[in-house]
Design a protein around this ligand. Structure first.
Ligand code: ASP
Ligand code: MG
Length: 402
C-alpha cells in the first residue's frame, strides 16, 4: 500500500465527462488499497474568467486580497464536483479547501509562499479510508486571509503535500502525456522522454516548456519528491522527474523557445569602472529581472552594454536608464522586442565537448544569424530574430535528436 498524491490540471476537469474520467483514475488506485490525496485546479478557463470579471469591476486592478478571495472560488468548485463524482461512483471522498488541508502561507497576496503544511486533517480522512480532494493554488496567511500561490500554483500545492506527508509518488496529470524534447505541436520529430533530471526540468520550465510550474520543480528538487508527468486522457506511463536519470542520457534533453524577450541596448557608455554596477543596481531597485548580459570590448573610451528582459519590463528598463542621465554618460538606450531566445538544455553537455559547435552548425546550415550567445553548465542560449525562431528550433532539435 502506498500514499499517492495526484494532481489534475484545469483541462483534465474541464467538464462533467472529464471529472468522471478523473474520478475513475483515482478510484482505480484507491481500490488497490492505496491512500490517495488528490489536488485539483479550477475547471478549464475558470481562473481567467474570474480575472475578467474582476476587470469589469475595476479595470485598473482590484486589491490583491480581494483577487485572492475571488480566485480561490475556482478551485472550490472543482474539488466539490470531483468529490461528488467519486461518491457517485461509490467511493467515499472528502473535499478540502487549502486552509482545511493545513496550508499556511506568507501574506504576499497573489504570489504567496507556503510556510508550512499541517496535514492532520488529511491524515484523519485517509485513516477513515476516504479519498481526499484538496483545492490547489490556495492557502491561508497568519491573519486568516485567503492567499493564492501564483498562476499554475496547483503543481506546487501537490508537491508540498507529497513532501510534507512523505508520499511514495507524486503524479501530475495533464493534457499531454509527458515532457517532450521540444514542443510537439511545432516540432514533428519531438520525442517524449521517459526520465529527466530536476535541473534539466527547471531550465526547460523557465524557458517556456510549460508542462510543470517552476516553483513546484524547485520544491520537488529540494525535498527529493519524485514526480511523474502523465496524461489524464490516455493510460500510459509519462515522464519521471528526479535527481539522476538512470538510463543512458541523450546529449541534450530539450530545445525551447522563448519569444517573450526584449533586448535593451545602452550605446556609448563611458569605459570606466563602476558603470555596470550603477546600471544594474538601478535596475534591481526598479525590480527589473535581467537575463542575458553582454558588454562590448571598449573602444575609444566607450563601450556598449546590452541585456535582455521580458517584454513587459522593457519600457520600465529603458525609462530607468534614461532617468540616469545625470549620473551616467551614454549616447542612447533602446529596446528591441523582435528577438527570440532559443536554448538547448542537457545534463549530458557537462561531459561532452562540441555541443555548442553542433548547435551553431545547425543554425548556420539553416542560414540563421546568431545575435548573442550565453551558456551555463547545462544550457546554451542564442538570441535570434523572432521570425526565425520556429525554424531554428526544428533545425537544432533535428541535429541532436533523430
Ligand atoms: N487555477 C490556477 C491557475 O489557473 C492554478 C492552477 O491552475 O494551477 O493558474
Ligand atoms: Mg520578443
Amino acid at each position: 500500500m502506498a500514499l499517492m498524491v495526484k494532481k489534475f490540471g484545469g483541462s483534465s476537469v474541464a467538464n462533467a465527462e472529464r471529472v468522471f474520467n478523473v474520478a475513475n483514475i483515482i478510484i482505480e488506485d484507491y481500490k488497490k488499497g492505496n491512500d490517495v490525496v488528490v489536488v485539483v485546479s479550477a475547471q478549464g478557463d475558470t481562473t481567467d474568467d474570474l480575472i475578467a470579471k474582476a476587470k469589469e469591476i475595476n479595470p485598473s486592478g482590484a486589491s490583491k486580497r480581494e483577487m485572492d478571495m475571488l480566485l480561490c472560488a475556482g478551485e472550490q468548485i472543482s474539488i466539490a464536483l470531483l468529490a461528488m463524482a467519486i461518491e457517485k461512483l461509490g467511493c467515499p471522498a472528502t473535499s478540502l479547501l487549502g486552509w482545511q488541508a493545513g496550508f499556511q502561507t506568507n501574506s504576499t497576496h497573489s504570489l504567496a509562499r507556503i510556510k508550512r503544511i499541517d496535514p492532520e486533517r488529511i491524515r484523519n480522512e485517509l485513516d477513515k479510508r476516504r479519498i481526499v480532494v484538496v483545492a490547489g493554488f490556495q492557502g491561508l496567511n497568519k491573519h486568516d486571509d485567503l492567499t493564492t500561490l501564483g498562476r499554475g500554483g496547483s503543481d506546487t500545492s501537490a508537491v508540498a503535500i507529497a513532501a510534507s506527508m512523505h508520499a511514495d509518488l507524486c503524479q501530475i496529470y495533464t493534457d499531454v502525456d509527458g515532457v517532450y524534447t521540444a514542443d510537439p505541436r511545432k516540432v514533428p520529430k519531438a520525442k517524449k522522454m521517459d526520465q529527466i533530471t530536476y535541473s534539466e526540468m527547471l531550465e526547460l520550465a523557465s524557458l517556456g516548456a510549460q508542462v510543470l510550474n517552476n516553483r513546484s520543480v524547485e520544491m520537488a528538487k529540494k525535498y527529493g519528491v519524485q514526480l511523474e508527468v502523465l496524461s489524464s486522457l490516455e493510460a500510459k506511463p509519462g515522464t519521471i522527474v528526479k535527481e539522476k536519470v538512470t538510463m543512458e542520457k541523450m546529449l541534450i534533453s530539450g530545445v525551447a523557445k522563448d519569444n517573450n524577450v526584449s533586448r535593451i541596448a545602452i550605446v556609448g557608455l563611458d569605459d570606466t569602472p563602476g558603470v555596470a554596477f550603477k546600471i544594474f543596481n538601478k535596475l534591481a531597485q526598479a525590480k527589473v529581472n535581467i537575463d542575458i548580459i553582454l558588454q562590448s570590448v571598449g573602444r575609444d573610451g566607450t563601450k556598449d552594454i546590452t541585456f535582455t528582459v521580458t517584454e513587459d519590463q522593457a519600457q520600465e528598463a529603458v525609462e530607468a536608464i534614461e532617468a540616469m542621465r545625470d549620473v551616467l554618460t551614454f549616447k542612447s538606450v533602446s529596446a528591441d522586442n523582435s528577438i527570440s531566445k532559443v536554448s538547448i538544455v542537457g545534463a549530458g553537455m557537462e561531459t561532452h565537448p562540441g555541443v555548442a559547435s553542433k548547435m551553431f552548425e545547425a543554425l548556420s546550415d539553416a542560414n540563421i544569424n546568431i545575435q548573442n550567445i550565453s551558456t551555463s553548465e547545462i544550457k546554451i542560449s542564442v538570441l535570434i530574430d523572432e521570425k526565425d525562431a520556429d525554424r531554428a528550433v526544428i533545425a537544432v532539435h533535428d541535429k541532436f535528436i533523430d
